[in-house]
Design a binder for this molecule. Structure first.
Ligand SMILES: Nc1ncnc2c1ncn2[C@@H]1O[C@H](COP(=O)(O)OP(=O)(O)OP(=O)(O)O)[C@@H](O)[C@H]1O
Ligand SMILES: [Mg+2]
Length: 465
């Protein structure tokens, strides 16, 4: 009995000690399944998703001046012109080269910086098919407080055609896209002459951007604006008209009176250089807090063919694909890799304007035409001489092939043009970029390497594309 008692006593003590130890033991927290709190990753993703439409803008002009590459000199030229009363500016260049982006952002910037423009907000008008000067004045003049000579009498909805690039993209994005155009009717008879308009503009300060000017087809309207520019100049008004549109020269776009020419500043918008294209990608990725492999950026530069439209399209595609993988937990490194580029190219090709795709189908009907078109697209010289095309083709195919028939056919089809005797280039500069992208996407890697090597060997010229 005594031993049982002793045993129970020992067991009780042990139990009490265990209880005490158990009470004092620190509470263990459950182990985290993830090494980092998920909030941080989500917020980086959110920030990228928020900023992406601001940084890469293939569907619209550049939104912020910090993303406008390589146009500082042109902005200074515009500033110089704006010092003079009654001046007019013509901004011209190829399709899709960045005219609207320059006109809008330079105007915004200069209105903030120049004391003579303080308090002014640039007035922007994009010409639509069928617009007359009454439509245009009806939209612009009321914004300047001029209500007497025009009045808005009707509002019509038209398809939002802007330019071929933007129209196509708008359709892709939203088939129901419409835009409201104000139709205006003069209150006074006869129709307001440029002199009447100028009389109403006296004492006003304004910066008016008339974009897509090449779309004006109405003969009277084509005569009206040069005359208005002359009257503004003669009267030394503080109103500047910036005419923007596609053309090889100012004359191509608008013919002003010879006496106005000295008061007219012509701004030619050239294609961006490879370095400027590189900066679009580099600064864009940096703004989105993404790292990149240099080879990825080099490929983007090569495939953009100096057109920012394709740079934005490729970069946006790459970032979107990355984000999708990040959402699925497949990517965590926030790094754009060269291996991401081919998928973006395929995407860019699929979503290219139908006219570019149809023209490419015409070109690739014969192997010779495809070779000739690729040579013209990828060669560093533009336009390129017939003899040089022949040289590249001989290096590529190993034989001296006849090309005159092919060149003529491509000219007849409206694919190529001859700016000078024996010189060739694409009619649509965006077609040039598309031919490079599509050919490189469709051609197996080993064959592509052989083509690259053959073309690079042509009399010490820089490597095409
Ligand atoms: N200097 C630039 N830096 C970065 N991106 C640019 C620059 N200029 C234009 N872009 C981009 O290139 C594309 C075409 O730009 P924009 O619409 O300004 O060209 P455009 O010459 O007015 O075209 P269109 O002839 O079709 O009217 C857009 O995606 C725009 O975001
Ligand atoms: Mg434009």
């Amino acid at each position: 009995m005594g031993s049982v008692h002793l045993f129970l006593q020992a067991a009780r003590k042990r139990w009490a000690r265990l209880k005490w130890r158990f009470r004092r033991a620190p509470m263990l927290k459950p182990r985290l399944a993830l090494p980092e709190p998920p909030i941080k990753t989500t917020s980086v993703r959110d920030l990228i998703e928020r900023d992406l439409p601001l940084v890469f803008t293939p569907r619209s002009p550049v939104r912020e001046i910090r993303f406008l590459q390589g146009r500082d000199d042109l902005i200074e030229d515009i500033r110089g012109a704006l010092y003079h009363l009654g001046s007019a500016i013509v901004i011209y260049g190829e399709r899709g080269v960045g005219k609207t982006s320059l006109a809008r952002l330079a105007s915004e910037k200069l209105c903030k910086e120049m004391s003579s423009l303080q308090g002014i907000e640039p007035i922007y008008y994009s010409v639509s098919e069928g617009d007359t000067f009454l439509h245009i004045l009806g939209a612009i003049l009321p914004r300047l407080g001029v209500e007497k000579i025009v009045t808005k009498v009707q509002t019509t909805s038209t398809s939002g055609e802007k330019s071929r690039v933007n129209l196509y993209l708008a359709e892709l994005e939203d088939k129901t896209h419409t835009e409201t155009t104000m139709a205006a009717k003069p209150l006074v008879e006869p129709l307001p002459s440029p002199q009447v308009v100028v009389d109403h503009l006296k004492g006003k300060r304004a910066l008016i951007i008339l974009d897509d000017y090449e779309r004006i087809t109405d003969a009277e309207t084509r005569r009206f604006f040069p005359e208005l520019i002359k009257k503004i100049s003669d009267n030394q008004l503080a109103v500047t008209l910036i005419v923007v549109g596609i053309g090889d020269s100012t004359h191509d776009l608008i013919r002003v009176h010879p006496s106005v020419e000295r008061n007219l500043t012509a701004i030619h918008v050239p294609r961006l250089s490879n370095e400027q294209i590189r900066q679009i990608a580099v600064k864009g990725f940096a703004a989105l807090r993404l790292k990149y492999e240099p080879e990825a950026v080099e490929q983007i530069v090569r495939y953009s063919a100096n057109f920012p439209f394709y740079t934005h399209r490729l970069c946006e595609g790459i970032v979107r694909a990355y984000m999708e993988q990040a959402r699925n937990g497949q990517r965590h490194d926030w790094t754009i890799r060269a291996s991401d580029v081919p998928a973006a190219i395929r995407e860019a090709i699929r979503n290219s304007p139908p006219t570019l795709i149809e023209t490419y189908d015409l070109i690739k009907a014969t192997e010779r035409a495809l070779q000739v078109a690729y040579i013209i697209a990828a060669a560093p010289e533009e336009p390129i001489a017939r003899a040089r095309i022949q040289e590249y083709l001989t290096a590529w195919s190993g034989e001296d092939k006849e090309i005159d028939h092919t060149l003529k056919k491509l000219v007849d089809l409206g694919v190529l043009k001859r700016p000078d005797t024996g010189q060739y280039c694409f009619c649509d500069p965006l077609q040039r970029a598309y031919v490079i992208l599509r050919f490189r996407a469709d051609t197996p890697a080993e064959q592509l390497a052989r083509v690259d090597a053959a073309l690079a060997g042509v009399t010490g010229r820089p490597r095409p594309a």
